[in-house]
Design a protein around this ligand. Structure first.
Ligand SMILES: [Zn+2]
Length: 390
């Protein structure tokens, strides 16, 4: 299911909006239009100010759009520093909880990781500082700026500073968690450092879920009043907990593949099918081989593409009788879908994940000579067996 849409491209990076981002977007529009300007210790909204309803929501929309751009700048800072270190960025997605920059390969070098992680919060602090400076400038110089605009500038400053501090909490998946892991990873193995940073992240999430449910920290901060919390904190905490767990799983998986090469995991038997086979023949071959993924080759053994059981399943009975394998395979990218047998198995896994393919072709010492295939299932089973060995 497609859950996000691409809205543009900045310094070559595709920018996507996840549908859940709409919640935060409209949440800000509604919040800024209604949060009282006077009852709170600090003004964070236009509530209570006499003004035209249209103009109120117009300003609120501007606040949401500006916040969107500051969030984008936060993610772009991570991406920019990562790119400086030679890491490829697949894209930036903004969703409910904020943003995420999808990196090809999060550097395992602590020196690089903490710099990439800190870049986002630093950008948010800088942006927040600028807005707050502009706000105090407006107040000090007694510029006759319309009060709602003043509140708008202040709110953006406040949101960015709050975002920076929240992200600096040393718990996964926050940026601070990455800085913390990098700090630990200088003293201990990467996997151990990850587990420790993840544990802090989980503890933080549990405290947040329970604490936020008992007392609403937001209201306490704004008014000093103690009121019961709401469901948003346990929800946000659940999200944080899941993200922390995922980080741990991904790191464990990649760490377990250390030193394992593609040739150790690849399948060499029943790995290829001829392009001139009919689909019916291939379906029978699948039953005989008990295999569902093949690299498709021509007479000379040259790679022509891939075919899986999923591809056959999509065909009608009539098509299965009529078509040949060569008519069903789709085009493939030699750069990402062919891997050398001497390559790290972790690299194969990374490519399968990033290309969303089920199978890669493995070439032997001679370039273009396909010696086997490697699939997600092969890797998953191999990792399970490694774990079983302890
Ligand atoms: Zn960040």
């Amino acid at each position: 299911m497609r859950t996000s849409i691409q809205v543009g491209r900045i310094i070559g990076i595709p920018i996507r909006l996840h549908f859940t981002f709409l919640f935060i977007f409209f949440g800000i529009i509604y919040g800024f239009a209604t949060l009282p300007a006077t009852e709170y210790r600090i003004p964070l909204g236009l509530g209570g100010i006499e003004m035209d309803t249209f103009f109120r929501y117009f300003l609120s929309s501007i606040a949401a759009i500006l916040f969107f751009f500051t969030l984008l700048l936060h993610e772009l800072s991570h991406s920019y520093v990562a790119m400086k270190f030679g890491t490829k960025i697949h894209g930036i997605t903004l969703f409910f909880f904020g943003g995420v920059a999808m990196m090809e390969d999060i550097p395992k070098s602590p020196e690089k990781e903490w710099r990439i992680a800190i870049a986002g919060p630093l950008m948010s602090i800088a942006l927040g500082g600028l807005f707050l400076l502009a706000y105090s400038g407006i107040r000090m110089l007694n510029l006759a700026v319309y009060r709602p605009v003043e509140i708008l500038v202040f709110t953006l400053g406040f949101l960015n500073v709050a975002l920076a501090f929240f992200n600096l909490i040393p718990a996964f998946p926050m940026d601070g968690g990455r800085v913390f892991r990098a700090f630990l990873a200088k003293r201990m193995p990467f996997l151990k450092a990850t587990k420790r940073a993840v544990l802090i992240g989980k503890i933080f999430a549990v405290v947040m879920a329970i604490g936020g449910f008992i007392v609403d920290p937001f209201t306490f901060f704004l008014t000093g009043e103690i009121v019961t919390g709401n469901i948003w904190f346990p929800l946000l905490a659940t999200f944080l907990y899941i993200a922390a767990t995922e980080e741990e799983n991904a790191t464990t998986t990649f760490a377990s593949l250390e030193g394992i090469k593609v040739k150790h995991v690849m399948r060499t038997e029943n790995a290829s099918a001829r392009e001139d086979m009919s689909i019916m023949e291939l379906a029978n071959k699948m039953l005989d081989d008990k295999s569902v993924e093949y690299a498709v080759v021509d007479e000379g053994g040259e790679l022509k593409g891939f075919i899986t059981f999923e591809d056959i399943k999509k065909l009608s009975a009539e098509q299965r009788h009529r078509l040949k394998v060569s008519e069903v395979i789709s085009s493939f990218d030699r750069m990402s879908e062919v891997i050398s047998q001497e390559e790290e198995a972790a690299e194969a896994l990374k490519r399968l994940v990033s290309t969303k393919k089920k199978v890669l072709a493995v070439e032997g010492e001679e370039r273009g000579n396909i010696v086997g295939i490697i699939t997600k299932r092969d890797l998953a089973m191999f990792i399970e067996m490694l774990k079983g060995r302890g």
